[in-house]
Design a protein around this ligand. Sequence first.
Ligand code: ATP
Length: 323
Amino acid sequence: MKRIGVFTSGGDAPGMNAAIRAVVRAGIFYNKEIIGIYRGYEGMIEGDFVPMEVRSVSNILQRGGTILKSARSKEFLTAEGRTKAYEQLKKHNIDGLICIGGDGSFTGLHNLYKEHNIPCVCIPGTIDNDIPGTDYTIGYDTATNTAVNAIDKIRDTALSHNRLFFIEVMGRDSGYIAINSGIAGGAVAVIIPEEETSIDELIEKLNATGTQNKTSSLVIVAEGGKSGSAMEIAQRVKEKFSYFDTKVTILGHLQRGGTPTYFDRVLASKMGVAAIEGLDAGQTDVMVGIVHQQVIFNKFEEIMSQPKDIRKDDLRIAKILSI
Ligand code: ATP
């Protein structure tokens, strides 16, 4: 393998730049040519390619976002779109691919591999931490730290006015950001997609802590929760529970940006090097993971056949500490 294409795809995540840098530098270290593909599968279909040098990735380690840009491509969902992408890769003599993205991006890569047999490795980059086969995905740690910083600030105002705040965090169908920002931010309750929480249960909890002279209460709501959005939950609670002045804050996209934490930079650096070394050693149709500090390569089928469950112990700890 001589020329490897690297791209970022799906939702952007802090630390993607650190992963691009690691892929480029490790690739060059092992005498490969590295080609950057702009805008994920969209740019692959259009042939939006750029050769990457050691200095193309200077000064990006500490920057959020992705210098290669990210995109969602409808055309790549079709076999015709993937054939167009493959033709572009062939035209540019690209004989290996490294994708940095979430499970959707990995599915796209797998389909391209099945149809056109191009060797490929995926690096899990998503703030949601919703992919099995790795303890953490790139961006999750930074996003959770951002959420915790925001929660701390909201607590100051909640304390000053005896307010009940509902804070909505990202994570799509995964409660990882919610449960851990809830533990770190001292939430009275955390509502996550993996667990049913009825409004009555929540009110009971708020009543119980209210009678224990709690002067401010923060409820963390994961965006993909089955009980509704933070706005809807707050509305329903307010109807039954008028003691507190109820407010809602949706943290939204600020969780995607910002300087990646040391943890995400190191994770991205390790995964980038592992992706190059894995591809060189014949790994294909796999996702790099780090489990118990060991690099592993997960086959596509293994990843897709298991859900990434929330750690039950995290839930237990959040409950114990929120009395
Ligand atoms: P995040 O978890 O951060 O949203 P993601 O990689 O899961 O990231 P998606 O929007 O699901 O984000 O996928 C990114 C892109 O991957 C899609 O726009 C599409 O081009 C491609 N893709 C997703 N699923 C498939 C599929 N089944 N077949 C081919 N391509 C796919």
